[in-house]
Design a protein around this ligand. Structure first.
Ligand code: SF4
Ligand code: SF4
Length: 168
């Protein structure tokens, strides 16, 4: 199992074209959805996110309205103040947690999430391999990028390839 983040970045980028072909393969071939989810689940169980936290450094987190009340309550501030101080629009104008290239998510402290108990839904379900809307084939576009920084996604895509008869 590959967990080195430098290697994941290098190999994830190198395999981008191959992973695009995997995406097309999944759209045009039959595969057993629950097998792919089970494989991803097993890999997720074997990787310690607390040792990694790379998604909190690399990815921005989009918020949904119901993320906000528990976060504001946890911080002891109003929802309006939470939005002012802890959110920003992402590239497409959607409400996201504040993020900077130097430090990642505003709530990241070392490798720990300082709002872990009330973290947004998107963080709870990340990287959305096991829990996500729709079949894996319609969500593959997200995983090609994530395979460049998330060890769970990188290893899951590699394990899916022989499972679905993908030859490269
Ligand atoms: S809220 Fe917590 S889990 Fe979510 S990105 Fe920020 S630090 Fe990571
Ligand atoms: S979800 Fe992926 S990138 Fe995020 S902490 Fe876990 S292994 Fe690392």
């Amino acid at each position: 199992m590959l967990t080195d983040l430098v290697q994941i970045r290098r190999l994830g980028e190198q395999k981008r074209p191959e992973n695009e072909r995997l995406r097309r393969h999944l759209k045009t071939h039959r595969y057993v959805e629950r097998r792919l989810v089970q494989i991803a689940h097993d890999i997720q169980d074997r990787i310690d996110c607390a040792q990694c936290a790379n998604c909190c450094r690399v990815a921005t987190v989009q918020l949904i309205e119901r993320d906000i009340p528990p976060l504001a309550k946890f911080l002891g501030i109003s929802e309006a103040r939470f939005k002012r101080d802890y959110t920003m629009p992402d590239d497409e104008g959607r409400l996201s947690l504040k993020w900077t290239e130097e430090s990642g998510c505003v709530f990241l402290s070392g490798n720990d999430c300082s709002v872990y108990e009330v973290r947004p839904a998107s963080c709870r379900n990340f990287p959305h391999l096991v829990k996500g809307e729709g079949p894996v084939s319609t969500r593959m576009w997200q995983f090609i990028d994530r395979a460049c920084y998330c060890p769970i996604v990188y290893n899951a895509l590699e394990a899916w390839k022989p499972e679905v008869g993908f030859k490269g």
